[in-house]
Design a protein around this ligand. Structure first.
Ligand SMILES: Nc1nc2c(c(=O)[nH]1)N[C@H]1C(S)=C(S)[C@@H](COP(=O)(O)OP(=O)(O)OC[C@H]3O[C@@H](n4cnc5c(=O)[nH]c(N)nc54)[C@H](O)[C@@H]3O)O[C@H]1N2
Ligand SMILES: Nc1nc2c(c(=O)[nH]1)N[C@H]1C(S)=C(S)[C@@H](COP(=O)(O)OP(=O)(O)OC[C@H]3O[C@@H](n4cnc5c(=O)[nH]c(N)nc54)[C@H](O)[C@@H]3O)O[C@H]1N2
Ligand code: SF4
Ligand SMILES: [Mo]
Length: 711
């Protein structure tokens, strides 16, 4: 495979960070590389550029992101497996091979044996195109995406409680107006660092900050009150907080009366709780819980946010709903300075879940099971409604179908599932059974290495398209340069495949903007309505919030000021009946500790990109296991030594890192490494019954030193 230096443009580039959901705008300035030898490529220095979300800030990941785009490891040509080895080939050969197998499955009447697995890094245009391609290019019901592991619990909870799922129900600019902020299972300081100044400003204005996290994170360090709960007990803690609010009569009667339904059941459940026992089970002092309840309910304005700590649980849906009960009972939503926010994860984690990559969804956040919604999509696509397949299954459920041999071919576009799925050993085994695995990526990732066909695609610097940030603000990212080598835009790959399936008439759009124009029509009238947004407008205004039904309107920043998106405009309280599996993997003598996991500042997700950016990779070279010094002492583990972490599913290795800021019954590892350091070799396959989110954040494990090299 040719690995030539990518020609650099040698001029200033305006771009947008490819990583987290803030979507900071960036400006890259070329500088001669050291010595400025003739012919030597430029180096780029990145700075944050003005934009409403990050206000011109950028974090270390964004500032070094271009290093991966310029990496010598970029894939520049398609690869095909011949006699067990991946070898370079031309696009025609690669695409013909993919389409030939698909055609035979379709001809055999089994398009459902072809699966599609998308991602939240894809632009809205590519995500929309992928959903459409799966449904009416191939005709399979089997499509889902990595956002299932990310946003699904908050999404399902938001839809049921409010009738709408948008990451933040408020504007970022509301944060400084909040007098109390409760951050549950979200480590903003490391995961959305450029948002921290909003929280700091709130604190300067006198806000009381509560952080709920089993670890003393950088975010927790900024808190007035840190509830250091036992992992997996957020649902119980939320009911406890509601109970303590009710005990002091701090609920907002008028709001409950006028704007909600189902409160009585929520109240009965909270009143049935024994507060002392609940606090003990959560591992939180009752008095601290009381302080939190008081501060949140009695503040004039308050914001409550969750992220993956609460959501990536087998009762993630339930846990979010119980926290939403607290929001509704105290009326802390729908006013400036108030609201609920699920802090979205990936760059396009928000838009990626609105336009049809999800198994049960059509563009515009429409439902694939609703006849009117199907008719709308069918009309835009020019197909009969009954030609659109029904609902498929969730990402991990798809892996189960792969393992069972019911899905025989899989296209992965924008994900590295071998590292990011729970129970990675099972997933690797499953993918190994496929007749054909196709991976479209920038790099030969852990997953791409297993593929039969690898397709090189454009990076953020080369790929024009829109992305929707955590506030629901749609942003246009312009392409700065052509893709290197023979890499293509994701949507262009799908067009070429459609041609080979004789479906080209439905996939004629030849630019991101043309696809966006179709997306506008497909989303018109849906919950995530983009009809009023155009590239021209985005260029002029810098960004537009959805819903935005017409070009004459501004989008909506603050949601639910006048009513909720449910029939009758009322929000719905949850009673504790929807889940019931319990979040926590049972610990016992064999597996006495709870493993949780997450992120560090310098790396992003499976590390596919950040491990290939030298400035980022050098900050954290390898994985670690954070454990309390007393826990470490009891296990005979010393700072810096390699340890083995064993669960009922599997084992991984990491370097021990002692930290008195973590609970003694809990250990933590980041998720950014593959191979033997992959934390997901240990995580378990159980899913939330409502949203099918895996219980990533709680796995029972035992830990021991790896001294002497023994496995
Ligand atoms: N640096 C960096 N930033 C990122 C990413 C990245 O990989 N690296 N990824 C992006 C993506 S896709 C996402 S989804 C977001 C994720 O953003 P976050 O959800 O904030 O990140 P995590 O580190 O997964 O988890 C947050 C916190 O949850 C805590 N936690 C663990 N178990 C529990 C529990 O049971 N209850 C509670 N209340 N807390 C618990 C962890 O200790 C951790 O501090 O970040 C985005 N930003
Ligand atoms: N244990 C544990 N596991 C987790 C989590 C956790 O907290 N703990 N978090 C979960 C969460 S929140 C998430 S979001 C998932 C993420 O899991 P993954 O989706 O596997 O994560 P990434 O590393 O972002 O993988 C994206 C891949 O797409 C490639 N890529 C980037 N941009 C593009 C593009 O424009 N087009 C194409 N075709 N490819 C592109 C990258 O090179 C990379 O290989 O992991 C989940 N897994
Ligand atoms: S990782 Fe997030 S906070 Fe950092 S520069 Fe990128 S978009 Fe901004
Ligand atoms: Mo995520």
């Amino acid at each position: 495979m040719s690995m030539t230096t990518i020609p650099l443009a040698g001029r200033e580039l305006d771009s947008q960070c490819p990583y987290c959901s803030v979507q900071c705008k960036l400006r890259l300035t070329p500088e001669p590389a050291s010595g400025g030898e003739p012919g030597e490529p430029f180096r780029y220095r990145a700075q944050g550029a003005p934009n409403a979300a990050s206000q011109g800030r950028a974090c270390v990941k964004g500032l070094n992101a271009h290093q991966h785009a310029f990496s010598s490891e970029r894939l520049l040509q398609p690869l095909i497996r011949r006699e067990g080895r991946l070898e370079p080939c031309g696009w025609d050969e690669a695409l013909d091979a993919v389409a030939e197998l698909w055609r035979s499955r379709i001809a055999a009447g089994d398009p459902d044996s072809i699966g599609f697995y998308g991602g939240g890094s894809l632009t809205n245009e590519s995500a929309y195109w992928l959903g459409k391609f799966a449904r009416i290019g191939v005709g399979t019901r089997h499509i889902d995406y990595n956002g299932r592991f990310c946003m699904s619990a908050a999404a399902s909870a938001g839809v049921r409680a409010f009738g709408l799922d948008r990451g933040l129900t408020f504007r970022l600019s509301d944060i400084p107006e909040a007098k109390c902020i409760l951050l549950a299972g979200t480590n903003v300081a490391e995961c959305q660092p450029t948002l921290m100044p909003y929280f700091n400003e709130a604190k300067e204005n006198g806000a009381y900050l509560i952080v709920v996290d089993p670890r003393r994170t950088k975010t927790a360090e900024a808190a007035d009150l840190h509830l250091q709960l036992r992992p997996g007990t957020d649902a119980l803690l939320a009911v406890l907080l509601l109970r303590l609010v009710l005990d002091e009569g701090l609920e907002d009667r008028a709001f409950i009366e006028a704007r909600t339904e189902g409160f009585d059941e929520a109240r009965r459940q909270a009143e049935a709780l024994d507060p002392a026992e609940a606090a003990a089970r959560c591992g939180v002092p009752l008095e601290d819980a009381r302080s939190a309840a008081r501060a949140y309910a009695s503040a004039e304005t308050a914001i409550l946010c969750t992220a993956r700590g609460v959501e990536q649980q087998t009762d993630g849906h339930e846990a979010v709903r119980q926290l939403l009960n607290l929001v509704l009972a105290t009326g802390q939503i729908g006013r400036p300075g108030c609201g609920y926010g699920a802090i979205t994860g990936q760059g396009n984690g928000q838009g990626g879940r609105e336009h049809g990559q999800k198994a049960d969804q059509l563009p515009g956040y429409r439902s694939i099971e609703d006849p009117a919604d199907r008719a709308h999509a069918a009309a835009v696509w020019g197909v009969p409604p009954d030609s659109i397949p029904g609902k498929g299954v969730s990402a991990f459920d798809m892996m189960r179908l792969v393992h069972e041999g019911r899905i025989r071919a899989l296209l992965v576009m924008g994900s590295n599932p071998v590292v990011s799925n729970p129970h990675a050993g099972f997933v690797e085994e499953a993918l190994g059974r496929l007749d054909q695995l196709v991976v479209a990526d920038l790099f030969l990732t852990e997953t791409a290495r297993m593929a039969h066909v690898v397709l090189p695609v454009a990076s953020y610097l080369e790929n024009e398209g829109t992305l929707t940030n955590l506030e629901g603000r749609v942003l246009l990212r312009e392409a700065s340069m052509p893709p290197p080598g023979e890499a293509w835009a994701d949507w262009a790959v799908l067009n070429a495949l459609a041609e080979r399936l004789d479906r080209q008439e439905r996939f004629r759009c030849g630019s991101a903007e043309a696809i966006f124009e179709e997306l506008r029509r497909a989303s018109r009238g849906g919950a995530a309505d983009y009809a009023g947004i155009s590239y021209e407008r985005l260029r002029k205004e810098g960004g537009v919030y959805w819903p935005c039904p017409s070009e004459e309107e501004d989008g909506q920043g603050l949601l639910f000021a006048d009513g909720f998106a449910r029939p009758g405009g009322r929000a719905q309280f949850a009673a504790r009946t929807e889940a019931g599996t319990g979040a926590v993997d049972e610990t016992d003598g064999g597996y006495p500790l709870l493993l949780t996991n997450g992120r560090v500042l310098a790396h992003y997700l499976t590390g596919a990109q950040t491990r290939r950016s030298p400035a980022l990779a050098s900050r954290e070279l390898e994985s670690f296991l954070e454990l309390h010094p007393r826990t470490a002492a009891a296990l005979g583990i010393e700072e810096g030594e390699w340890v083995s972490v064993v669960s009922r599913q599997g084992e991984f290795a990491a370097r021990g890192r002692l930290n008195a800021g973590i609970r003694e019954d809990t250990v933590f590892a980041p998720m950014h490494w593959g191979g033997r350091q992959n934390v997901n070799r240990a995580t378990r396959p159980e899913l939330d019954p409502v949203c099918r989110m895996p219980g990533f954040k709680t796995t029972a494990v035992r830990v021991r030193p790896l001294r002497g090299g023994g496995a």
